[in-house]
Design a protein around this ligand. Structure first.
Ligand SMILES: C[S@@+](CC[C@H](N)C(=O)[O-])C[C@H]1O[C@@H](n2cnc3c(N)ncnc32)[C@H](O)[C@@H]1O
Ligand SMILES: Nc1nc2[nH]cc(C(=O)O)c2c(=O)[nH]1
Ligand code: SF4
Ligand SMILES: [Mg+2]
Length: 209
């Protein structure tokens, strides 16, 4: 597995925002989203065995893990790591272009699956069959850069949504948060609004948080 960084922080996204969490960030991504805040993980990383990653995770007290990247589903040995993490609550941040049906997740593990909107430049890469594979505990995230993205996301939900928690998150700093909230309430969406908590706490450029 190619690992970019492993660190302890608080979860800044998802329904677990605020909980202390160990992050495993893998290297390499098949997409190049216009707004990506993690371009430093496209190439740089260290080769590690799943057992070695597990040893690093165990150095931290907490039993919540967020597997991210880059794109974690590109890592061939991810399933081995998830088996080692059977006693942990694990969220897997994935970009929506991969087949999430490749392996069955333990009940304590869940996906946070992006559906990339037009302003990302990657919306045509989405594997929309994934909507049929998500469970109630998974999350579907639309990162919104403007009104066009928002309207596109609503249309996708109308056509493909079956299960899971829907979240709308602004591209950080790109749109007025109150505008997105207004649109969501006006349209009576049953969806969460979130901002990236770690950027509020530590700023946009700090790594390892
Ligand atoms: C860096 S990605 C890694 C996981 C996977 N590649 C993906 O895109 O879901 C983790 C999350 O950060 C989000 N993200 C990246 N850059 C962002 C930005 N500038 N503003 C808001 N969210 C951002 C992505 O949309 C994704 O939900
Ligand atoms: N604190 C913190 N929370 C996060 N949740 C998802 C992250 C990610 O980059 O996938 C992330 C991150 O980079 N930092
Ligand atoms: S899929 Fe995730 S890691 Fe890859 S470019 Fe997009 S936001 Fe960045
Ligand atoms: Mg991040």
């Amino acid at each position: 597995m190619k690992v970019n960084e492993i660190f302890l922080s608080i979860q800044g996204e998802s329904i677990y925002a605020g909980f202390p969490t160990v992050f495993v960030r893998f290297s390499g991504c098949n997409l190049r989203c216009s707004y990506c805040d993690t371009a430093y993980a496209y190439e740089d990383g260290t080769d590690m065995e799943p057992e070695e990653v597990f040893e690093e995770i165990k150095k931290h007290y907490y039993k919540r893990v967020c597997v991210t990247g880059g794109e974690p589903l590109l890592q061939g040995d991810l399933e081995k790591l998830l088996v080692l993490l059977e006693d942990y609550s694990v969220t897997i941040e994935t970009n929506g272009s991969m087949d999430i049906g490749l392996f069955k997740l333990d009940l304590k593990h869940s996906y946070v699956m992006d559906v990339k909107c037009p302003s990302s430049g990657a919306s045509k890469e989405m594997n929309l069959l994934n909507f049929g594979l998500l469970s109630d505990r998974d999350e579907i995230k639309f990162v919104i850069g403007g009104k066009e993205d928002y309207e596109w996301a609503k249309a996708i939900i109308k056509e493909y949504y079956r299960k899971g928690i829907i979240t709308f998150s602004p591209v950080f700093g790109k749109i007025e948060y109150c505008d997105l909230v207004d649109w969501m309430l006006r349209d009576k969406l049953n969806a969460r609004f979130q901002i990236q908590l770690h950027k509020v706490i530590w700023g946009v450029d700090k790594r390892g948080v």
